[in-house]
Design a protein around this ligand. Structure first.
Ligand code: F7E
Length: 324
């Protein structure tokens, strides 16, 4: 039985990945931070097979203890301060957790391997936010990184640190450059879920509109359930490497609104959407579109859920939640 340790196991990706690994027969360990964290109880209910370990990416000793306790074959480092807008207000915390935390996790794994001689494969959750002010369209593994937020800068640090540990110590450390990926489990602060929840409430006459920031930004949105499969595939390769994971399609926030409102039969949403500067960012990433041909060729990975299916799935889920 293979063993896997997931940091960030209570997040959207952590939950999908835990399910995938459990289905594949892994013993799944999840790192959860904080005292009396309510997400821990929730996870224990929905994913009872996950063995929860206490630890924090800022606390190297806690990571060393977690790794030496579960002796994982694979470590998936998904934990991060992940909301881009928040990262301007909490730039130091974001740098420490989202950037420095990767270094701590790599060190914990290296320490364990040195001590025991047991090989551990490492996955780092890198992000399309690293492309920021894009220097090439579409973005691929070789595209120059130009992050536009403290979050993006922190992710660049973690990305290069992962490559550095691979090159310096021969670690099987891979980095997945994942473009935006969403699901009904997405946090309500992210734009797709903010829209799907609002549209569901509008449909049920519980609210009459929503406020958003920049409607012209474009993102390459895929389904999180598809993307965790790519993470696993990366760690099954004989050689570690970096891969862009994306759909190759880009859509604006306006396109997102078109599909979400269409799901409840509304064709003109203009009266229901207010523009509010508080949701605009000090520096915006205008256009993301990924070229995932390397992942398709080497990993045999393809996304299954389309943008339209994804947004409709999220709206339908949020309507069903309200009805429940
Ligand atoms: O924003 C615009 C906003 O917060 C998407 C994270 O998972 O993906 C995510 O980062 C776009 C931006 O995601 C609102 O300005 C307009 O252009 O859903 P988001 P994100 O910033 O792209 C990457 C790959 C990650 O790695 C991150 O961890 O939507 N937008 N109006 C808005 N965004 C939000 N949140 N709220 C608005 O009202």
């Amino acid at each position: 039985m293979k063993r896997a340790l997931i940091t960030g196991v209570t997040g959207q990706d952590g939950m999908y990945l835990a399910e995938l690994l459990n289905d594949k027969g892994y013993e799944v360990f999840g790192l959860v931070q904080g005292q009396n964290n309510p997400k821990k109880d929730l996870l224990a209910q929905t994913h009872p097979y996950v063995k929860i370990l206490s630890g924090n990416l800022l606390d190297l000793v806690s990571l060393i203890r977690a790794v030496s306790f579960c002796r994982p074959d694979e470590v998936y480092n998904l934990a991060a301060v992940s909301f881009v807008a928040y990262s301007w207000e909490n730039a130091r915390l974001t740098s420490d957790v989202t950037g420095g935390g990767v270094l701590n996790m790599l060190e914990a794994v290296r320490f364990h391997m040195d001590k025991t001689g047991e090989p551990v494969k490492f996955y780092q959750a890198s992000s399309s936010e690293m492309f920021g002010k894009v220097q090439e369209v579409p973005q691929r593994e070789s595209t120059l990184l130009w992050p536009r937020s403290p979050y993006g800068v922190a992710k660049v640090f973690g990305h290069y640190m992962t490559i550095n540990y691979r090159e310096s110590y021969g670690m099987h450390a891979s980095s997945g450059i994942l473009f935006n990926h969403e699901s009904p489990r997405r946090g309500p602060e992210f734009v797709t879920r903010k829209v799907s929840m609002a549209v569901a409430r509008i449909h049920k006459n519980l609210q009459n509109g929503l406020s958003l920031g920049n409607l012209d930004a474009k993102r390459d949105w895929g389904f999180a359930g598809d993307y965790v499969e790519a993470m696993w595939l990366m760690l099954q390769q004989p050689e570690a490497d970096d891969y862009v994971i994306s759909t190759g399609q880009t859509h604006s926030i306006r396109d997102l609104l078109d599909v979400a409102f269409d799901e409840i039969g509304v064709t003109d949403w203009n009266q229901m959407v207010r523009l509010d500067d508080q949701f605009k960012r000090p520096a915006e990433v205008d256009l993301l579109i990924g070229d995932s041909s390397k992942a398709r060729e080497v990993l045999g990975w393809t996304p299954k859920v389309t943008f339209e299916e994804l947004i409709r799935m999220m709206v339908r889920h949020d309507i069903a939640e309200l009805e429940r």
